[in-house]
Design a protein around this ligand. Sequence first.
Ligand code: TMP
Length: 211
Amino acid sequence: MTQGVFITFEGGEGSGKSSQVERLGQALDSAGIEVIVTREPGGAPAAEDIRALLVNGDADRWTPKSEALLNYAARAEHLRQTIHPALQSGKWVLCDRFADSTTAYQGYGHGLGSDWVGALHQLIVGDLQPDLTIILDIPVQTGLKRAAIRGGVDRYERMDEQFHERLRSGFLEIAERQPERCTVVDATGSIDEIQATIRQLVRAKFAVEIA
Ligand code: TMP
């Protein structure tokens, strides 16, 4: 079975993932590579319904366990309807957040721990691993300010600063534990500078010619 390439983008609030994923998608598309850009929670109709439950409402609307379960329910649908079919047909899949977000937000941020989230991960995702995970790292205050300027503050942006510090450390620990998969990119620069770094990483890792 032909397998495509799976790249995930991770980071805290206001780290600029969405613009970076879109731009990389355009560069790959222009190079004649079949690519889809998707996101979590979401990326499939039922998963987008679950996303609305997760990002709206009061900060304490869900217990951390419910939040992790909802994210994995959304992920199960996203895998089934979008990610697996695309990878099996040889496409590149660029995903704005994936399982590391559950480890960082629910595992570290809410203190559920990586064992609990890891068990859920094994049940739903199994052995599928991204080929590359780009972690966009930004100081918490800078990221939250950027997210506020972007507007439409969501449930997670309303959580306290310590929560965001914990999840930032969580992402950095994930990167330290899995250096062959994860690369941390400084997200304080301009959109163009960050995109240039990302394209260089992708060229080096996958031997593709992109602008
Ligand atoms: P976004 O704003 O980057 O699209 O993500 C929506 C929010 O969902 C963001 O605040 C992070 C959060 N999230 C989790 O808490 N756990 C998860 O597993 C995922 C995928 C996202």
